[in-house]
Design a protein around this ligand. Structure first.
Ligand code: CDT
Length: 303
C-alpha cells in the first residue's frame, strides 16, 4: 500500500470585511490541526483568501483588483507557505490570479499544489467558468465568473508529488466528466479541488434543491470512473447573505465517501488514502488500454 495521509480543510464564510491576513490565519490554524492528526497534505477551498466576490457586479477596477493575487506567495499569503515548510505539510489552495502575460493583463481562477517544503510544484487555471459575464436581472446573487476570469490556458496537468500522481481542478470543473478523464488518461491517483457552491446557483428550484446530491454525485462518479481519490473542499455556510453547500468529502477510487464534514464552519476531516486502491480498479474494470474505444468518442473533442 501507498498511504497518503490527507486532510480536507473546509472553511465557513469569509465576510467581505475579513482581511487576507485573517483568512490566512484560519488556514494556518487548520493546517496545524491537520498536522496534529498526522496529515501530510491539506486541501483548502476555492478562492480561499477572500470572500466569493463574483457574487457582485464590481465596477470599480481598484476594488475588483483588490481580490486578486499578483504574486504567490505574496506578503499576506507567505505565512501559509512558511507554516507548510515548518510543519512539513503540503497543500492545495485556489485564488484569483492577476498576471501580465502575452503583453496584457489577464485574470484567472487558479489553484496550486505546494509540496512539504513549502514549494509550488503545480499550477492549474480553472477551465469551466460558470455563471455569466453580465449581471442577470432578478438574481439575488450574481455569479460573474465569466466576467472576472478567462478560461484556464494550462489544460489539466498531473504532477508527481506525495508519492503519487496528483491532479487538480476547481469547483465547476468537478461536474464535467472530461475534467477527470483527461487526468485519468495521465494516470492520476488523487484529484484535489475546492468549491464555492451557492444553493441558488441555477435559479431553478428543482435543480437547486438537489445541490448537495449533485455535489457528491459528480465527485463520486469522477473518482470511480477514473480509479482515483478525490478530495473536495467547500467554502460554505452563509457568506454575505449567500448560502453555500458544505459536506466536504474525501472520496475513494471505489466512489465511496470515506470522510465528510459535518458542519458549515471551519472543519478539518482526514483519511489515510491508499493510492494502491486505485491501481486495483485501473487494472481490472477500468483498464483503459484494454477496454477504452477512443474511435467511438470522437464527438467529444468537436466544437
Ligand atoms: N464556484 C463555482 O464554480 N460554483 C458553481 C456554481 C455556480 S453556477 C452559477 C459550481 O458548479 O458549483
Amino acid at each position: 500500500s501507498r498511504i497518503v495521509k490527507a486532510a480536507s480543510a473546509q472553511m465557513g464564510p469569509i465576510p467581505k470585511s475579513q482581511s487576507r491576513k485573517q483568512a490566512v490565519s484560519r488556514l494556518v490554524a487548520m493546517m496545524r490541526e491537520a498536522k496534529g492528526r498526522g496529515a501530510e497534505l491539506v486541501v483548502f477551498p476555492e478562492l480561499a483568501f477572500t470572500t466569493f466576490f463574483p457574487r457582485w457586479m464590481i465596477e470599480d477596477e481598484a476594488e475588483l483588483e483588490s481580490y486578486y493575487e499578483t504574486e504567490m506567495p505574496g506578503p499576506e499569503t507567505a505565512p501559509l507557505f512558511e507554516e507548510s515548510k515548518k510543519l512539513g505539510v503540503g497543500f492545495y489552495v485556489s485564488y484569483a490570479e492577476l498576471v501580465n502575460e502575452g503583453g496584457r493583463r489577464r485574470r484567472f481562477n487558479t489553484s496550486i499544489i505546494v509540496d512539504r517544503n513549502g514549494e509550488i510544484v503545480g499550477k492549474y487555471r480553472k477551465v469551466h467558468l460558470p455563471g455569466h459575464s453580465e449581471p442577470q436581472p432578478g438574481r439575488v446573487h450574481q455569479h460573474l465568473e465569466k466576467r472576472y476570469f478567462e478560461p484556464g490556458n494550462l489544460g489539466f496537468g498531473v504532477w508527481r508529488a506525495f508519492g503519487g500522481v496528483m491532479g487538480m481542478c476547481i469547483c465547476n470543473d468537478r461536474r464535467w466528466p472530461e475534467t477527470y478523464r483527461v487526468m485519468g488518461l495521465q494516470g492520476v491517483e488523487m484529484i484535489m479541488l475546492g468549491y464555492n457552491t451557492p444553493f441558488d446557483h441555477t435559479g431553478h428550484a428543482d435543480i437547486d434543491g438537489l445541490t448537495s446530491f449533485h455535489n457528491h454525485l459528480s465527485m463520486q462518479a469522477g473518482a470511480y470512473q477514473n480509479s482515483t481519490w478525490v478530495i473536495g473542499t467547500a467554502k460554505c455556510g452563509k457568506e454575505e447573505g449567500s448560502s453555500m453547500v458544505g459536506q466536504s468529502v474525501i472520496v475513494a477510487p471505489s466512489g465511496e465517501i470515506v470522510a465528510m464534514a459535518a458542519t458549515l464552519e471551519d472543519e478539518v476531516i482526514t483519511a489515510n488514502c491508499d493510492l494502491d486502491i486505485g491501481k486495483r480498479y485501473r487494472q481490472t474494470i477500468f483498464d483503459f488500454a484494454r477496454h477504452r474505444e477512443p474511435e467511438a468518442y470522437r464527438l467529444i473533442v468537436e466544437r
